[in-house]
Structures are given as C-alpha cells and as structure tokens.
Design a protein around this ligand. Structure first.
Ligand code: AMP
Ligand code: TRP
Length: 336
C-alpha cells in the first residue's frame, strides 16, 4: 500500500513558478510511491481579505494549475478543504491541546500581527493548527512544501507529540519534504520570496504567455557591472532559476562568464526566458485545453473531496473514541 499524505495550496489566484518548484514538482515526483491528497485550502485563504465573488473561480483556477502541472487524477486525489468539514472539526480538537504560546511564536503570525495590530483575527492565529489538522487527518508522515512552511511543520510535529502523549499513539510525526526550488525569490524585490502579494511583476505564473515571461525576466533586478565577486540577491536568484530550468552546460557557461567578469545580463536573461518558456509550454497547453472543460474539473474535485472525506471521517472516529467523545455513533449513522 502506498503511504498517504496531504499537501495544499491556497486558492489565491494563478500559481507561480515558486509554488511549482517549491511544492507541486515534489508532489509529481512522489505520486507513484505515495498516495497524495492535494487540497485547495480555501479555509486558510479566508483568514485574509478576499473577494467572495471570485472564490469559486479561484478554486477552479488552482485545480487547473494542479492538473496542467502534471498531477494525475488516476494516482492522486484533488479536493477542496471546505467540502470536508472534518478538517475544521479536527482543528478544534487540536486547538484544545495547543498552548497559545506555541502559535504566538510562529514567524508568519508574528509578522501579520505586527502589521495588522488589533485587527489580527483568530483565523490567522489558528492558521497553523488548521494546517496540522489537514496533515493528521490523513496520517501524513511526509509533507512536501517550500522552505517558508518549515515553522508550520515544526509546530505540527509538536502538536502531534502532544496529542500522542495525551491520548495514545495515533499519528506519525510529519516530516517536511523540501523540493528542489525550496525558495524562489521575487524578480523585482529579490530579498523577498516570490509571492502573489508583491504584484504580477515579481512572479512568473505557470500560465503566463511567452511574451509576458520574456518581459518579466528582462526586467528582473540584477547587478550592474560585469560580474565577479559576491553575487547580489537578484543575480543569485536568476542563476538559481537557470539551474532549475536550463541545462547544466548553459548554467556553467554563464557562471564561467560571471566569474570571468564578462557576463552580459541581457544574454543570460534571454536564454533563461527561452528555457522557462519551453519548460512551461506543455503546462500552458494542457491548461488551455482543460480550461475548456470546467465541468470535468469540477467533477474531479467533487469526487476527490468525497474520497478524502471517507478517510477523514475514519480518522476522526478513531480520535473521538480515544478522547471519550464517541456517543450514539452507530445509531446516528443509521439515522443519517
Ligand atoms: P501558498 O501559495 O503560500 O499557498 O504556497 C503553496 C506552496 O508553495 C507551499 O508549499 C509553499 O512553501 C510553496 N511556495 C510558495 N512560494 C514559494 C517560493 N517563492 N519559493 C518556493 N516555494 C514556494
Ligand atoms: N500553509 C500552506 C501555504 O500557505 C498551505 C497548506 C495548508 C498546507 N494546509 C497544508 C501545506 C497542509 C501542506 C500541508 O503554503
């Protein structure tokens, strides 16, 4: 039997190459050996301002990117978090064993709390607890994510230990599986990670047209001058992208020019843009074809959510039994 695990992405719009290299690429690598449940985590997304009208479209957009990138619905399960209410039920249970001090020290929360002050909501504080619930409901032992999620995984492990100690061994301690592109930086502000929140110029979406990719790469921040010496964050990021999208020879060629202080960034950017465009070409084409079949995508999400729910229900029954919370269970099932 393939070991099972859960990973997810928030439906905040089209996915970018950071999501792809940091998370989805690992999902695809693992999909033969593991049974992956891939969530579109809308209950995480509502912890920050969003447009209710746009949410259904964003769910479909995210699913299109998952499928176009290469997730195979015959091997993996695609689901929507809010369609499986056991996630929030499990989160409540984990709330009751998690000290507030543990969540208050999570870096993402601290940063948001500092920015938002008194208007920081409970959902932001509980965000990593809901994430831990996502993970434990499927008894995930590995969780493929980008580097920015490591503090959340660390907390999930602490919560699992607390639960297992109190109620008896139930969950494995989830280990992060950090992929090749653990931390892709912004094209315009390369000291920050590539993220939708910094605006469209800072990221390359999986669905960007070739001309758009070329334009964004050509405007990416680099050093001025002929290279050599210590690399600036922008140049380092372009070399990192080159190591992920281009051949070894191409990477070594431009690295040699850099070290010999002969690099011309316009040449490097042109080559990098070509290689990104050809790598993303098949994804863009599959996406365009799938986007004509929204009903198919919707049906996959419904089926996937139903399948995920069966597993989630089973885990929750085991949890409730251990916690002395299983009353009239069989009679209720019969009545339903
Ligand atoms: P999010 O878009 O924040 O829901 O992130 C979804 C997944 O993509 C998580 O596993 C993140 O760690 C990963 N991810 C997001 N941004 C980046 C980035 N700039 N570099 C690498 N991985 C990323
Ligand atoms: N917090 C993750 C992010 O923003 C998304 C996420 C939610 C997740 N639940 C998860 C990732 C469970 C892995 C496992 O990227």
């Amino acid at each position: 039997m393939r070991q099972r695990y859960f990973s997810g992405i928030q439906p905040t719009g089209k996915l970018h190459i950071g999501n792809y290299l940091g998370a989805i690429k690992s999902w695809i690598e693992l999909q033969d050996d593991y049974e992956g449940i891939f969530g579109i985590v809308d209950y995480h997304a509502i912890t920050e301002p969003y447009s209710p009208k746009e949410m259904p479209k964003r769910i479909i957009d995210t699913a299109l990117d998952y499928l176009a990138a290469g997730l195979d619905p015959a091997k993996s399960t695609l689901m929507v978090q809010s369609l499986v209410p056991e996630h929030t039920e499990m989160a409540w249970i984990l709330n009751s064993i998690t000290p507030v001090s543990w969540v208050e020290r999570v870096p993402t929360y601290k940063e948001k709390a500092r920015k938002l002050g008194v208007s920081v909501n409970m959902g932001l504080l509980g965000y990593p607890i809901l994430m831990a619930a996502d993970i434990v409901l499927y008894k995930s032992a590995v969780v493929p994510v980008g580097e920015d999620q490591l503090p959340h995984l660390e907390l999930a492990r602490e919560i699992v230990r607390a639960f297992n100690n109190r109620y008896g061994h139930t969950f494995p301690e989830p280990q992060a599986y950090v992929g090749v592109g653990a931390r892709i930086m912004s094209l315009t502000e390369p000291t920050k990670k590539m993220s939708k929140s910094l605006g469209p110029r800072n990221y390359i979406a999986l669905s960007d047209e070739p001309a758009v990719i070329r334009d964004k790469i050509s405007k990416a921040v680099t050093d001025i001058g002929p290279g050599g010496g210590e690399m600036s964050p922008g140049t380092k990021n372009l070399f990192n992208l080159m190591s992920l999208f281009s051949t070894k020879e191409t990477y070594q060629h431009f690295m040699r020019l850099y070290n010999e202080r002969k690099i011309r960034y316009s040449d490097m950017k042109q080559k990098l843009a070509d290689d990104i465009i050809s790598a993303l070409g098949p994804i863009r084409e599959r996406r365009a074809a799938l986007s004509l079949r929204p009903e198919y995508v919707k049906a996959l999400l419904i089926e996937g959510s139903k399948d995920a729910r069966k597993i989630a229900k089973q885990t929750l029954l085991e949890v409730k039994e251990k916690m002395g919370l299983l009353y009239f269970h069989e009679q209720l099932e019969e009545a339903a």
